[in-house]
Design a protein. Structure first.
Length: 328
């Protein structure tokens, strides 16, 4: 079975999805959809068309899974429910506080139209979510800790770029090392959001933009910056291009807990990632779950799902027999 993939949006993640398809022989790129002029969008894969987003309805019978590669701030809340009416879809929605609402809207659209959908796929939410679930199930008496970075947050950087007066921006999430050490040592510290991370923002302003306005918009942005100690650096475009082109990221998930009649035994579960390219790694996670979406659709298992709902075997191109022989 060849899974026909469509990509909506061709930014960092969209390009990562295209590249990742080349690593998955059971997948084929059918089309890239863009809100820009298609003549100005050059993709890597020869022979694959770039199509205006407004013409996407013509492709409903040519795509098995549509990957939505837009941003969580303004794109995905509108796009995913809309396209779930026409396609089996998958997105990387990462505004944690709004996931329940987003899920409900996508689920309603997908069920009403006989489509399979997944939201919030990537490494957090996504793989880190699974690590938290496993930790809570295995160590019910314990505490969760999640640290991100140091690295570029694509979603947060995108949110800054949406602010009036911002020409370009990168946001780095930085874990507080003393907090990680305390958790890893099994000290079970009680940590506030501010005690776990800081945020560093590097911003290039449009000519004539109000720096004070932009800084205030960043630092007070709900769900993104308002709960963190945030530093905003205004820099030149030359400095930005010279020093802030990488997309490295990563992080840690811990579950620290106790077992025994009197809680006398301490345990620490740790899952960590060190990523040279956030979008490329995220793209590979997305395509593994796109394989699951295609299988759900074939089984007529419609509606919205998250990583919690997917059996691991659905991610692999191998058969159950092969998995049991090679990996169990």
């Amino acid at each position: 079975m060849t899974i026909r993939i469509g990509i909506m949006g061709y930014g960092n993640l969209g390009r990562g999805i295209e590249n990742a398809i080349h690593d998955n022989p059971d997948m084929q790129l059918q089309a890239v959809f863009t809100r820009r002029n298609p003549d100005n969008v050059k993709i890597r894969t020869a022979g694959v068309p770039v199509v205006e987003a407004k013409d996407i309805e013509k492709w409903t019978d040519k795509i098995d899974v549509l990957v939505l590669a837009g941003g969580s701030a303004t794109d995905l809340p509108k796009q995913t429910p809309r396209y779930a009416e026409m396609f089996n879809v998958i997105d990387t929605f990462d505004t944690h506080a709004n996931i329940p609402q987003h899920f409900a809207e996508v689920d309603e659209a997908a069920r009403a139209n006989g489509k399979a959908a997944m939201i919030s796929v990537g490494w957090d939410p996504g793989l880190f979510s699974l690590a938290r679930l496993f930790g809570n199930c295995i160590l019910p008496n314990g505490s969760d800790y999640t640290f991100w970075g140091k690295g570029v947050s694509q979603g947060h950087s995108d949110a800054i770029r949406r602010i009036k007066g911002v020409k370009n921006a990168k946001q780095y999430t930085c874990p507080v090392e003393s907090a990680i050490t305390a958790v890893r040592n099994g000290e079970n510290p009680v940590l506030t959001t501010r005690q776990k991370h800081t945020r560093e923002c590097y911003v290039v302003l449009e000519e004539g933009a109000d720096a004070a306005y932009v800084e205030n918009q960043i630092k007070t942005m709900p769900n993104y910056f308002d709960e963190y100690d945030t530093t905003v650096h205004f820099i030149s475009e030359e400095e930005f291009n010279r020093n802030h082109q990488g997309l490295a990221h990563g992080g840690f998930v811990f579950r620290s807990g106790t077992t025994g009649v009197n809680g006398e035994h301490n345990h620490v579960m740790e899952f960590n990632l060190k990523l040279d390219s956030n979008p490329e790694f995220t793209a590979h996670v997305v395509l593994a779950y796109a394989r699951a979406v295609a299988r759900l659709a074939a089984e007529k298992n419609f509606g919205c799902k998250t990583v919690f709902d997917i059996a691991p075997a659905y991610l692999s191109p191998l058969s159950g027999e092969e998995l049991r022989k090679k990996m169990l």
